[in-house]
Design a binder for this molecule. Structure first.
Ligand code: PGA
Length: 253
């Protein structure tokens, strides 16, 4: 069975002390996870080891980096390589978040390189895709997202795609309070699974976890996650409140 995942994206928020407090609060909330359920906390780079240490007794909770370099180690001041992430035990990395695409000009071909670097160092990518409002209004969101997947993932082999994690995040729903309806999420998730099935086969398509992101809250998570092709969420704002994120974890199928 494919994994159901509640992923937190803390973005560039919190001091170390606040981050540690949030983690302690989350660990002391009443959240329950089965063997096929995961919580992944994408925390700022400087906090990875500290938060990871706090999660070590929780078999289903992991940290993720929010980004990684497209290149291997070398003269790239300010970058963080996947080899560095692997060396501190990080197992997940967000790749292609819309804020990275938009503010740091990360193109589909740069993201291909980041995905490759992640696999070279045994790190699972959480690959983000999603359309802007004008694309949604033009009604071309399906082909837009398909191109994102095609250009960054279609070179991978079936072993790499088995159990792969994709986050669909319509840009118009991120941080805006405007959530896609659960039916809109389901439609796109079904489309993504079909695109993967055509390229990699039905078995691989059934194995991938497709998370929805964009104003997921404690109050709407259960409705969104109830859809058959929605395998959890990538959560920004609401992941900064321990009780809300615990409710989101408990809303996983
Ligand atoms: P949001 O962010 O939940 O605050 O909309 C989601 C994300 O950007 O991953």
């Amino acid at each position: 069975m494919r994994k159901q995942i509640a992923a937190a994206n803390w973005k560039m928020n919190l001091t170390l002390q606040q981050a540690e407090q949030l983690t302690n609060d989350l660990l002391s909330t009443n959240h329950k996870m089965g063997v096929e359920q995961l919580a992944i906390l994408a925390v700022p780079f400087p906090y990875l080891t500290s938060i990871q240490a706090r999660l070590k007794n929780n078999a289903n909770m992991f940290v993720a980096a929010q980004n990684c370099a497209a290149t291997k180690n070398g003269a790239y001041t300010g970058e963080t390589s996947t080899e560095m992430l692997e060396s501190i035990g990080v197992q997940y990395v967000l790749i292609g978040h819309s804020e990275r695409r938009e503010y740091y000009n990360e193109t589909n071909s740069i993201l291909t390189e980041k995905v490759n670097r992640a696999f070279e160092n045994n790190i699972h990518p959480v690959f983000c895709c999603g359309e802007s409002l004008n694309i949604r209004e033009a009604g071309t969101q399906n082909s837009y997202v398909e191109t994102q997947l095609k250009e960054s993932l279609f070179h991978l082999n079936k072993d790499q795609m088995n159990g792969f994690i994709i986050a669909y995040e319509p840009i118009w729903a991120i941080g805006t309070g405007r959530t896609a309806s659960s039916d809109q999420a389901q439609q796109m998730h079904e489309h993504i699974r079909n695109v993967i099935a055509i390229q990699f086969g039905d078995e691989i398509a059934a194995s991938i976890s497709i998370l929805y992101g964009g104003s997921v809250k404690a109050a709407n998570a259960a409705d969104i996650f109830s859809k058959p092709d929605v395998d959890g969420g990538l959560v920004g704002g609401a992941s900064l409140i321990a009780a809300d994120f615990a409710t989101i974890i408990n809303s996983l199928k």
